[in-house]
Design a protein around this ligand. Structure first.
Ligand code: MN
Length: 151
């Protein structure tokens, strides 16, 4: 079981991520206002931070940089979740200090695998790739499609 902090402004995504993580035996804690995320990260001491990139007030990239420059929590693994993967996004997200990202709408399987890899301390998890995901057969629609809308 791991303590996992979720920073996400979309209520449907919060529910989806919390349900998924709880189903894998983890203890999720969600913050919807990124201005509170750093303080919550310091008090909750998570084993992993999952952050949306498209956030009002403090963007996911800013939050990642703030975590990386705070000596109390600088070492925590960070997984970014982003609705847009334009060219260069992976580089920007990694340069800010995240180890991995998955794109929305998330693949439930990929999401869970990436969480497991980061908790195991694997520094080079596979990056979610929309092209490879298109080849995955047998994924049920529904939950995998949830939370695609950005707010
Ligand atoms: Mn968002």
């Amino acid at each position: 079981m791991a303590k996992i902090l979720i920073v996400e402004d979309n209520a449907l995504n919060i529910k989806l991520f919390c349900d998924l993580l709880a189903a894998h035996g983890h203890e999720p804690e969600a913050v919807s206002d990124s201005r509170n995320a750093l303080d919550t990260a310091k008090s909750f001491s998570p084993d992993l931070v999952i952050t949306d990139i498209q956030l009002p007030h403090v963007s996911g990239l800013e939050l990642i940089r703030m975590i990386r420059s705070d000596e109390q929590i600088a070492e925590v693994p960070i997984m970014a979740v982003t609705a847009y993967s334009a060219q260069g996004d992976e580089e920007r997200i990694r340069a800010a200090g995240a180890q991995a990202y998955v794109s929305k709408p998330i693949s439930v399987v990929r999401f869970a695998e990436t969480v497991d890899e980061l908790l195991k301390g694997d520094d080079t998890p596979e990056i979610d790739n929309p092209e490879s995901r298109a080849n995955v057969a047998g994924e049920s629609p529904g939950p995998t499609e949830a939370g695609g809308e950005e707010t």
